[in-house]
Design a protein around this ligand. Structure first.
Ligand code: FMN
Length: 371
């Protein structure tokens, strides 16, 4: 797999055993060029299973992600997606022989509310599936610029259903150094990420994270490194491996979030790592979490005021941040940590106060590491 982002440090060298999840996270990138491919029934059966597994692990409703793979509906989505102005940026899909689409749908009232509940859960599950597809050697691209009414009608959704995004997937065309959209977007926008110092903090937002050498303590990543296996581990109520160095765990979670995809690569996100006992207790309480936490990361964002929101009318803060929460929680699981991801039922005002978020930033979700 080709590494598509520059790593903050050589993470793999910190584990005595293979820490394969990194290869998948660094290999994932948005693909806008595809080749025709052959996909057997077994592949689509496994994909369906992973979609169900991801939705249930994240606590999302069953119909939150629809896999569309029959040629007729795939072609109809490709045609209707860019009707009107909203999908015009995605004309590249016309020429793409994609294998299918993941379609993310939530109740309209949920997406349009002040604090969507279902949308972030579905977005987390979708990113899990994106990583599973990456692991299977397939290309994907989150697409938020779409005519959601046209896509919804294609699938027989009623007016009360909101299509938050679609994700085409298929056999990726190897990148060529030509002056085409895929290559230009890759070089100019997609590859770039803010440094950890610009998005990560310790204990509160008043204390920016500084990247320094981490002590090399004995550490072996979990034997489970595949995405489906990690999701199954996350579903079990077990304890964390007590030997995991927490400084490395926080740093690795920050990095997993940093390299995640976001709409327009805007990276409008902040991550506050928490280790102090008192703070952890307050945070767990705000999240209604059951057990003791050894560490946690709060993910925060500003509800959309960006140009993208104006243009596409989508609550991107409740899509982008959950994508990062998916990557962080899988990362923690790959280290042998038991994680609890809290999004829907948190006392947001309390969580915001614990880590001293500066308004208009708001807590989207918290990844807690159980003892
Ligand atoms: C919610 C969301 C919506 C996106 N919408 C589009 C889109 O409409 N068209 C497109 O070409 N890329 C879209 N992207 C892809 C981003 O531009 C891409 O993830 C970002 O530039 C980072 O690049 P990478 O995914 O290659 O790491 C979207 C990404 C996200 C997360």
């Amino acid at each position: 797999m080709e590494q598509t982002k520059t790593a903050t440090r050589d993470y793999l060298s910190y584990s005595e055993t293979p820490w394969k999840l990194w290869e998948v996270l660094y290999a994932r990138r948005s693909h806008r060029k595809y080749l025709p491919g052959e996909y057997d029934q077994a592949f689509f059966a496994s994909l369906g299973e992973v979609v169900s597994l991801a939705l249930s692990t994240r606590g999302a409703a069953e119909g939150g992600i629809t896999v569309v793979s029959d040629t007729g509906r795939v072609e109809r989505i490709k045609k209707r997606i860019h009707k009107g102005t909203q999908g015009k940026i995605n004309l590249w899909l016309n020429r793409s022989p994609v294998a299918g689409f993941l379609v993310l749908a939530v109740p309209r009232a949920d997406a349009k509310g002040d604090r969507p509940r279902e949308l972030p859960l579905v977005a987390m599950a979708a990113e899990d599936v994106v990583l599973w597809l990456t692991e299977a050697g397939l290309g994907t691209c989150w697409v938020g610029g779409l005519n959601q009414r046209e896509v919804g009608e294609t699938l027989g959704f009623g007016r009360e259903t909101y299509v938050a995004a679609v994700i085409p997937f298929g056999k990726p065309k190897p990148r060529v150094r030509a002056a085409d959209m895929d290559h230009l977007l890759y070089l100019q926008i997609s590859r770039k990420r803010k440094p950890l110092e610009a998005i990560a903090y310790l204990e509160t937002m008043d204390n920016p994270y500084s990247v320094r050498e981490l002590a090399r303590e004995p550490f072996s990543a979990s034997e489970t490194q595949d995405v489906a296996g990690l999701l199954r581990e996350m579903g079990k109520k077990r304890q964390s491996d007590p030997g995991v160095p927490l400084d490395l765990a926080l740093d690795a979670c920050f990095e997993a979030a940093r390299i995640a995809p976001s709409a327009g690569n805007t990276q409008q996100w902040h991550f506050i790592g928490v280790r102090r006992e008192g703070t952890l207790r307050e945070l767990a309480l705000a999240c209604g979490a059951a057990g003791d936490w050894r560490a946690a990361v709060v993910g925060a964002a500003e509800p959309d005021r960006s140009y993208l929101y104006e243009m596409l009318e989508k609550p991107f803060w409740m899509i982008d941040l959950p994508i990062a929460l998916s990557q962080m929680s899988l990362m923690a699981a790959s280290m042998g940590l038991a994680v609890e991801v809290c999004v829907s039922d948190i006392d947001e005002a309390a969580a915001n106060a614990v880590v001293a978020l500066r308004p208009p930033l708001r807590t989207v979700g918290v990844v807690g590491v159980r003892s």
